[in-house]
Design a protein around this ligand. Structure first.
Ligand SMILES: CC(C)=CCC/C(C)=C/COP(=O)(O)OP(=O)(O)O
Ligand SMILES: [Mg+2]
Length: 575
């Protein structure tokens, strides 16, 4: 069978799905690809001039003073709450409302009290069905807050045939969430996840829950809390609590709304700062092949570090993400193989003279990257002091571009790697290591040798986070990449390697994502509390990638879920 030069991977995949033959591999290898592809991205939808007029009354100091008063009152709620289940629910509400950073001491004391009380009352070893919800909640909160919680807490609720003695949705959901905090080898938690997923899915198909409840359940099933960015779940939780008659106590809810609006006002200031920079550099006007996605990049950066004190880091990260998208498009869409080879040499030498002879738009990309990274390094040095970040930032960009070059080489040769070969490179081309370096430099107080040690100490976390980024991206973008005829993604690699259908390949990719999360959980637990405070922002990159790609290509396609989320979380205050 002959394949024409313009045969896209989409055709190849449909052929795979029907023929499932390995003979095709050799045919793909032989075919050549067109030098330049057509970009399928739509133009930017955001009106920057309008976003620049955003002003929130919540920047006013009087709201901060109001919030401080409410915090004092909420603090008293801890001492007035005696029953362990009420205390657990209070801690849970505070977490979900985005207020945990204000009550760290109270939460720590309360959890210690709960541990003492459940130990002395034998609560841990209860197997009574009515206790299961409280135990599941306790298990999840202890793990989330870095306390030891053995999977054996849930063991006795199994009936010996792999079934849990539980049928209500609230408990099933709580158990599902807790099971997603597992590490490798925790078979009770694996069984819990399988059982709760199966039962929640069957409840979904049978029961006559409202549309909203079903949507909520579907959402939690496809992306559990542990994989979600907490800040972007806060406003949804506030809205849900407002609708519930016996929900969160009114004072807590009032504080949550106020706090949300105050923090949103800070984010809006950062957004305007980054937009002014973007409109000033205005590079995408010269780059029709790529994406103007500065608002989405900012949305991602806020998910990585939403705390008010990380404003500079959000701005640096936004610029870096927009550059990642542009440079990725240079390699995937615009450049010929020879051109991206030259571009990679220029990045390695960090020398603007090396891009001479390349098309004007590639020269613009190089200069923007070069100048922005130099500026960021200077700003890091000015704000934090200590070692210069520049050599390290340059190196992560070199590694990223080399990984993109290898993918481009595969594409131009028509080579489809095995999944292992693909992932050995794909974790770097995910931009995970690059983002992580900028994140660690951005959230740390001073750049010292310890900062570099921290990067070493969380190497495994960065690796597994990057795998999650790579695979979530592939799951969300493979349809449009196939249409454009981009380099093979993990899904296609696995289909070709194992001669299986797209559905089977997607399921396999899901299982790797799950395993990567278990490894992230394990390695995160080995860090000290102070390290965890910094490294949680690296893990947030994985969480944010779930947010971006859960409903398709959240970076490429602006006018879907991402736009709604941007308006909901960054633009419109709670009234
Ligand atoms: C900024 C973040 C977190 C991005 C996720 C991964 C990535 C490099 C996306 C680039 O777009 P793409 O969808 O074209 O990716 P690729 O070409 O690598 O598949
Ligand atoms: Mg790409």
């Amino acid at each position: 069978m002959m394949l024409s030069q313009t045969t896209s991977y989409r055709n190849i995949v449909s052929l795979f799905s029907t023929m499932q033959t390995k003979k095709l591999h050799s045919t793909i290898k032989k075919q050549s690809h067109p030098e330049r592809k057509i970009s399928t991205y739509k133009p930017n939808i955001w009106k920057y001039d309008h976003l620049l007029t955003l002003t929130s009354e919540y920047s006013d100091e009087k709201y901060k003073a109001q919030a401080e008063k409410l915090k004092e009152k909420v603090s008293c709620t801890f001492s007035n709450t005696i029953c362990p289940l009420d205390l657990l629910e209070l801690i849970d509400s505070i977490d979900k409302l985005g207020l945990s950073c204000y009550f760290e001491v109270e939460t720590k004391e309360a959890l210690e009290k709960i541990i003492m009380s459940v130990k002395s009352s034998g609560y841990y070893s209860s197997s009574k069905e009515e206790d299961l919800y409280a135990i599941a909640l306790c298990f999840r909160l202890l793990r989330e807050h870095g306390h030891h919680a053995s999977q054996d807490m849930l063991k006795d609720f199994f009936d010996g045939k792999g079934k849990l003695k539980v049928s209500d949705v609230k408990t099933l959901l709580e158990l599902l969430e807790g099971s997603c905090l597992s590490v490798e080898g925790e078979n009770v938690l694996d069984d819990t996840r399988l059982f709760t997923t199966k039962n929640l899915k069957s409840l979904l198909s049978k029961s006559d829950y409202t549309f909203t409840t079903k949507e909520y359940l579907r959402n939690r099933l496809s992306c559990p809390l542990a994989w979600r960015v907490k800040w972007y779940a806060v406003r949804t939780h506030i809205s849900a609590q407002e609708l519930e008659c016996n929900g969160t106590n009114p004072m807590l809810l009032k504080l949550a709304k106020l706090n949300f609006n105050i923090i949103q006002a800070t984010h809006q200031k950062d957004l305007k700062h980054v937009l002014r920079w973007w409109m000033n550099v205005s590079i995408v006007e010269d780059l029709s092949f790529t994406r103007d996605r500065i608002v989405e990049s900012f949305f991602y950066a806020v998910g990585v570090a939403s705390e008010p004190q990380h404003g500079s880091m959000r701005i640096w990260l936004t610029k870096v993400i927009e550059l990642v998208l542009i440079i990725d498009d240079v390699y995937d869409i615009y450049g010929s193989l020879a051109q991206v080879q030259q571009f990679t040499r220029a990045i390695e030498t960090w020398d603007p003279n090396e891009v001479e002879g390349l098309p004007e738009c590639m020269q613009i990309c190089f200069r923007s990257l070069h100048d922005t990274i130099e500026e960021i390094s200077v700003e890091i040095q000015q704000q934090k002091g200590g070692l210069s970040a520049l050599p390290y930032l340059k190196q992560v960009w070199v590694n990223f571009c080399k990984a993109l070059l290898l993918e481009a080489t595969w594409y131009h040769k028509g080579h489809i790697p095995t999944l292992e070969e693909y992932l050995n490179n794909g974790w770097i081309s995910s931009s995970g290591p690059l983002l992580s370096f900028h994140v660690i430099f951005g959230v740390t107080n001073k750049i010292t040798k310890e900062t570099l040690h921290l990067y070493e100490d969380c190497r495994e976390i960065i690796y597994h986070t990057s795998v999650v980024i790579r695979l979530c991206n592939d799951q969300g973008t493979s349809a449009s990449e196939l249409e454009r005829g981009d380099v093979a993604s993990s899904i296609l690699c696995y289909m070709q390697q194992e001669n299986v259908s797209e559905d089977v390949a997607r399921e396999h990719i899901e299982s790797i994502i799950l395993d990567s999360w278990k490894k992230i959980n394990y390695h995160f637990n080995t860090l000290s509390t102070s390290q965890q405070k910094l490294v949680k922002h690296v893990v947030n990159e994985a969480r944010m990638t779930h947010v971006m790609y859960q409903f398709g290509d959240g970076f490429g396609v602006q006018d879907g879920e991402t736009r709604d989320q941007v308006l909901f979380n960054l633009v419109n205050p709670i009234t």
